[in-house]
Write a protein that binds this ligand. Structure first.
Ligand SMILES: Cc1cc2nc3c(=O)[nH]c(=O)nc-3n(C[C@H](O)[C@H](O)[C@H](O)COP(=O)(O)OP(=O)(O)OC[C@H]3O[C@@H](n4cnc5c(N)ncnc54)[C@H](O)[C@@H]3O)c2cc1C
Ligand code: FES
Length: 266
């Protein structure tokens, strides 16, 4: 085995976590509560690489950590059924266990923000969950949090009430069935742009928009998705190009999933 792989494998954290609860919170969208010692190490914006609990699916599935309770040693994950793996996760119930690798990835940089600071959170669809822990932690520090959420339609709206505990929330829907009609840009273009930091997670179109709008902002962050295999930096299945470089690339699983705007090609 080459020395880089050995180093990576040495750093892998694998654990069995207990399912505390699972609930369908919107059509085909589930909230899973897991408990275990691994919670101690979790940070906002990281993800867990979950083994599908059957013998047919060899690749783990990455799911973001939505909220963290270090006292109870519990974390919440919110996921949508996309295919076989997530469909199997949805059958788990209290008392079952899951084989978890993590916490993976870099997470959001929440440093140097205080009661003088104002931040913007932008989430789209099933990209909203990792922003909940960001909002919670920054609100606890007195940071002013403004959140803009975009969904396809009313049925898909999640976490509006939870995020509203931590600051003002705007909701948009593409079809106008709830909140403001249109996408998040309809709201963002009218906001005072003096945010100390911007945290975002959503579909590729939304991430491109945030990347362009806040391209030169020193603290604007995108949490990105990509198809993953190993989930720990070894296989290069998840690479993104870096602007103006033919040779340098970034791995979403290991160098991300959170990147500063302007630092990767979308
Ligand atoms: C860092 C990261 C964090 C994520 N966090 C969440 C989360 O919090 N909640 C959530 O619902 N989903 C999340 N995803 C996406 C989730 O991993 C996929 O939906 C899941 O792996 C699909 O597995 P499956 O077996 O159900 O579907 P598959 O049968 O593997 O695929 C079904 C469909 O999903 C698409 N898909 C599969 N994997 C991905 C992927 N990694 N990214 C985008 N599309 C994919 C496929 O193209 C296909 O169309 C995240 C992905 C990444 C990379
Ligand atoms: S999934 Fe293997 S390097 Fe990212």
């Amino acid at each position: 085995m080459n020395p880089t792989c050995k180093k990576r494998l040495g750093a892998i954290r694998l654990a069995t976590m207990k399912v505390v609860a699972q609930e369908e919170i919107a059509p085909a969208i589930f909230e899973l509560v897991l408990e275990g010692e691994m919670v101690e190490a979790m940070r906002a914006g990281q993800f867990l690489h979950l083994r599908v609990p059957d013998d047919a699916h060899l690749l783990r599935r990455p799911i973001s950590i939505s909220s963290i309770d270090k006292v109870k040693k519990q974390c919440h994950l919110i996921y949508r059924i996309e295919g076989a793996g997530t469909a199997i996760f949805s059958t788990l119930s209290q008392g079952d266990t899951l084989d978890v690798m993590g916490p993976q990835g870099n997470g959001f940089d929440l440093s140097d923000l205080d009661e003088q600071s104002q931040v913007l959170l932008v989430g789209g669809g099933i990209g909203v969950p990792p922003l909940l822990e960001v909002a919670k932690e920054l609100h606890e520090r007195g940071v002013k949090v403004v959140t803009v959420l975009g969904f396809a339609t009313k049925n898909a709206v999640i976490l509006e009430t939870e995020l509203a505990q931590y600051g003002q929330v705007f909701v948009t829907t593409d079809d106008g069935s709830y909140g403001i009609k249109g996408n998040v840009s309809v709201v963002i273009k009218d906001l005072d742009n003096q945010f100390d930091a911007v945290y975002s997670c959503g579909a590729p179109g939304m991430m491109k928009y945030i990347n362009q709008t806040f391209y030169d902002h020193p603290r604007a962050y995108l949490s990105l998705e990509s198809r993953m295999a190993c989930g720990m930096g070894a296989c290069y299945a998840c690479v993104l190009k870096v602007p103006e470089s033919e040779t340098v690339s970034q791995r979403v699983c290991e160098d991300g999933p959170v990147f500063r705007t302007g630092t990767v090609v979308l």
